[in-house]
Design a protein around this ligand. Structure first.
Ligand code: FRU
Length: 516
């Protein structure tokens, strides 16, 4: 931050004539020290100002990059830049200078990044492959003038592992002939057809392009006009291959965010499982599928080039229904925990799980060591502050269960499994501040689930302004923001008289921003 501030001071000193030319060293601003009210302690959030989608998720030379939609002037959405942070373990993050600034072609909307290992673009060399970012240019003036071609796709490259970027001189690489919503390119190398594949969205469907060099793109096919949920515009697609767990079968997965139209309102992310042959994506999936039925997991995409071939996902932990109004002051919004995606098959049905990466365990220490809890009486745990809590146990899927957190002011939220109605319920209607936007508290969130006489894991992560619940290792997920006026201090779990919670643990999580 000191670096940013000095840079700012230098620029403002030399660009304004009345100012003295002496650069003073000013102590670091103390306003964004990651101790502010509601500041997430083990989730990524920008030091200050507005953030939305994760962008350019790519691993290169020991570093996980996280670029993000960033407006450095305000805590509401504005002309988009790519903010940048890096991590060695996906848990601890280092802030980097802004990677991409708007230019005369437009603001920098969402996109992806690849490592051009074979130097197909000619930007780098085989010894020092370029990182290439592929993003949407959004020309605000064009939009204001009522044109329909204001979104185009551009590229930029970095030869120093993301520290500095050069925009390609012949941008845009994909022009627009009149599609109003035309954005969010996600690129990957498709080994089988030896080409780069770019997936983007065009309003109500996805388009696939192929390229030998990241500069010249050819439209290959389209998908989705007649499939999937269509309650809103399609955004932030991602196409990748996964092995079906426990088999050798491989399938392709297409993630598509949609706003509005999510199952519990506003923004959400649907997915399709199918096949991709280097040209066309096909899926015979009939029903809509969602990676998360909470309200706050949007625009999520996965990492390219990970060292272990793991499919790691990060989502933006907010919802366009109220994203610009949430009650934080210095920064706005954070990312979900990084999650591993895996593909499973149940009879003929494919489904995705998303579950926190194992590295999260490094910041966890025991608070309540492993024990068995009988629910003859509700289980109650009270402490001063439950903000950095992980709760995990095994329970029978067919037993009813209610987990609730509350504070002294009577604010509370709950997660419930109701096998009688075959519903999972998440209630944040009284969780804390909500008057900033009516749709925030909303109604109780619901998702259908398959019951059965089977032990599954329930795992929950509570941070200063969010909760993530994972049932059965990420088969069912609820991600939600919460703004309690005081920290929750009491956990209560109730169920049936003869119900048991096995291997019950409560962990304390360390802040990733402060030494603890
Ligand atoms: C999704 C989105 C993208 C767009 C970006 C603009 O949240 O609307 O479609 O590229 O945000 O910030």
């Amino acid at each position: 931050m000191v670096r940013y501030f000095l840079l700012f001071l230098l620029i403002s000193t030399f660009s304004c004539k009345e100012k003295p030319t002496v650069v003073e060293v000013v102590p670091e601003k103390v306003t964004f020290n990651y101790s502010e009210k509601f500041r997430p302690q083990y989730h990524f959030s920008p030091p200050e100002k507005w953030m939305n989608d994760p962008n350019g998720l790519v691993y290169h030379n020991g570093i996980y990059h996280l670029f993000y939609q960033f407006y450095p002037e305000d805590i509401v959405w504005g002309p988009m830049h790519w903010g940048h942070a890096t991590s060695k373990d996906l848990i601890h993050w280092e802030h980097k200078p802004i990677a991409l600034y708007p230019d005369e072609i437009g603001d920098i909307f969402s996109g992806s990044a690849v490592v051009d290992v074979d130097n197909t673009s000619g930007f780098g060399s085989k010894e020092n492959p370029a990182l290439v970012a592929i993003f949407t240019y959004h020309l605000m003036a064009g939009e204001k003038a009522g044109r329909k071609d204001f979104q185009t796709q551009g590229i930029a490259y970095s030869l120093d592992n993301g520290d500095t970027w050069v925009k390609y001189e012949n941008n845009p690489v994909i022009g627009n002939d009149g599609i109003k919503d035309f954005r969010d390119p996600k690129v990957m190398w498709h080994a089988e057809s030896s080409q780069w594949i770019l997936t983007l969205v065009a309003g109500d469907h996805a388009k696939f392009y192929g390229s030998p060099n990241l500069k010249d793109w050819k439209l290959l096919s389209e998908f989705g006009k007649e499939q999937g949920a269509h309650g809103g515009v399609w955004e932030c697609p991602d196409l990748f291959k996964l092995k079906v767990e426990g088999t050798d079968e491989e399938k392709w997965v297409l993630l598509v965010s949609i706003n509005p139209g999510a199952p519990n309102g506003g923004s959400g992310t649907q997915y399709f499982v199918g096949d991709f042959d280097g040209e066309t994506f096909r899926s015979d999936q009939k029903e809509h599928k969602w990676i998360d039925t909470g309200r706050d997991n949007y625009a999520g995409v996965t990492y390219n080039n990970t060292p272990t071939n793991e499919r790691i996902f990060i989502g933006w932990m907010s919802n366009w229904d109220y994203a610009m109004k949430t009650p934080t002051e210095v920064w706005r919004s954070s990312m979900t925990l990084p999650r591993t995606m895996s593909l499973h098959k149940n009879k003929e049905d494919f489904f995705l799980k998303n579950y926190p990466v194992a590295a999260i365990d490094q910041i966890a220490s025991e608070k309540v060591p492993s024990t068995m809890i009988s629910l003859e009486e509700p289980y109650v745990f009270k402490t001063e502050n439950l903000n950095k809590t992980e709760l995990v146990f095994q329970t029978n899927l067919s037993a009813p269960l209610n987990i609730s957190f509350s504070n002294k002011g009577g604010e509370h939220f709950s997660f419930e499994m109701n096998p009688a109605t075959k519903e999972l319920l998440f209630d944040r209607t009284q969780a804390g501040l909500s008057n900033f936007e009516e749709r925030f508290a909303g109604t109780v969130q619901k998702a259908a689930y398959e019951t059965g006489d089977r032990e599954v894991e329930v795992r929950l992560f509570l941070d200063a302004s969010s909760v993530e619940v994972f049932v059965d290792k990420g088969t069912y997920v609820f991600t939600n923001q919460l703004f309690p006026q005081n920290p929750y201090t009491e956990l209560q779990i109730s169920g049936e008289k003869d119900a048991r919670l096995n291997n019950f643990r409560i962990n304390q999580l360390k802040s990733i921003w402060h030494n603890e």
